[in-house]
Design a protein around this ligand. Structure first.
Ligand code: NAD
Length: 247
C-alpha cells in the first residue's frame, strides 16, 4: 500500500504547521494539499485519502459535508462547536469514518481514562473541579478537553454537562452543592495546554494533571488517527478508539 494522501485544513495555523512538519517526517504520509481560509477544499478532495481539520468551530461542518459527499475519511481536531453542529457531524458519520477528538495526545487520552477510574473509585463524597490553562490567543472557552473531562465526570456521577457544570464563581454564589462540577478556564502567555482534575474531600485531595509542552504531540496523534480511519467503516470515533482505550 502506498503512502496515505492527506489534506491539512487550517494549514497556516499553529496546529496546521505542526501537522505539516510531522507529516513531512513520516514516510507513510503525503500532504496532498495544505489548505487555509479561501482555498477550494472541494476541488482538492479527489486527490486525497483523508482530511484533517484544525480550523475554527464554524468551519468544520462545511468540511464534514464536503468529505461526506466525496467519501473521504475525516479527522476533526477543531473544538468549540455548538450542540447543533455536533449533532450534524454525528449524522454525517453514518456516511464516512470521522475521528472527532478534543485532544489527540496519548497523555491526555490516558488522563481521560484515569479521570473515569478515579471518579469511580473515590465516589460521590469528593467534590469535582476541572481547571484548564491555555495561551492568550485561544478563542474558545472552556477547552474541548476540559469539556470532555467534565463530561466523563458527569457520566460517572449520573449528572449532565449542560445543567451541572459551573463555569467559574463570582459574588455571593452560596455554598458549593454536591452535584456541581466546577470548570475554570485560565488564559495567558504561550501555554500549549494544561488540564487538572481535582477530587476534593474533607481531609484529602487527589489531583490529576496533564501538561502539553509541544503541539507535535497533538499533531502526531491526529496523523495516527488519519491512518487508523482510512478504509474503516463509517462511524463516529474518538482517540480512545484509535488507541484501544475504550474500556
Ligand atoms: P489557529 O487560529 O492558529 O489556526 C486556525 C487556522 O484555520 C488559521 O490558519 C485560519 O486561517 C484557518 N482557517 C480559518 N477559516 C478557515 C477555512 N474556512 N478554511 C480553512 N482554514 C481556515 O488555531 P490553532 O491553535 O491551530 O487551533 C485550531 C483548532 O484546533 C482550535 O479549535 C483548537 O482549539 C483546536 N486544537 C485541538 C487540539 C486537539 O488535540 N484536538 C489541539 C490543539 C488545538
Amino acid at each position: 500500500m502506498g503512502a496515505l494522501k492527506l489534506i491539512i485544513n487550517g494549514a497556516k495555523g499553529r496546529m496546521g504547521q505542526a501537522l505539516i512538519h510531522c507529516a513531512e517526517a513520516d514516510p507513510d504520509l503525503i500532504v496532498s494539499a495544505a489548505l487555509d481560509h479561501g482555498d477550494d477544499l472541494a476541488a482538492a478532495l479527489s486527490g486525497c485519502d483523508a482530511v484533517i481539520d484544525f480550523t475554527h468551530a464554524e468551519v468544520t461542518l462545511g468540511v464534514a459535508e464536503a468529505c461526506a459527499k466525496a467519501g473521504k475519511a475525516l479527522v476533526i481536531g477543531t473544538t468549540g462547536h455548538s450542540d447543533a453542529v455536533r449533532t450534524r457531524i454525528t449524522e454525517l458519520s453514518k456516511v464516512i469514518p470521522i475521528v472527532f477528538a478534543p485532544n489527540f495526545s496519548v497523555g491526555v487520552n490516558t488522563l481521560f481514562w484515569l479521570t473515569r477510574k478515579a471518579a469511580e473509585i473515590l465516589g460521590p463524597d469528593f467534590d469535582l473541579e476541572v481547571v484548564e490553562m491555555h495561551h492568550r490567543l485561544k478563542k474558545d472557552s472552556p477547552s474541548g478537553t476540559a469539556r470532555r473531562l467534565v463530561e466523563i465526570l458527569a457520566e460517572v456521577r449520573g449528572l449532565s454537562y449542560d445543567s451541572d457544570v459551573r463555569h467559574g464563581r463570582e459574588g455571593m454564589v452560596g455554598e458549593r452543592t454536591p452535584t456541581e462540577i466546577g470548570l475554570h478556564a485560565v488564559r495567558g502567555g504561550d501555554v500549549v495546554g494544561d488540564h487538572t482534575v481535582i477530587y476534593a474531600n474533607v481531609g484529602e485531595r487527589v489531583e490529576l494533571t496533564h501538561k502539553a509542552s509541544s503541539r507535535d504531540t497533538f499533531a502526531k496523534g491526529a496523523l495516527r488517527a488519519a491512518k487508523w480511519a482510512h478504509g474503516r467503516d463509517p462511524g463516529l470515533y474518538d482517540m480512545q478508539d484509535v488507541l484501544g482505550l475504550t474500556d
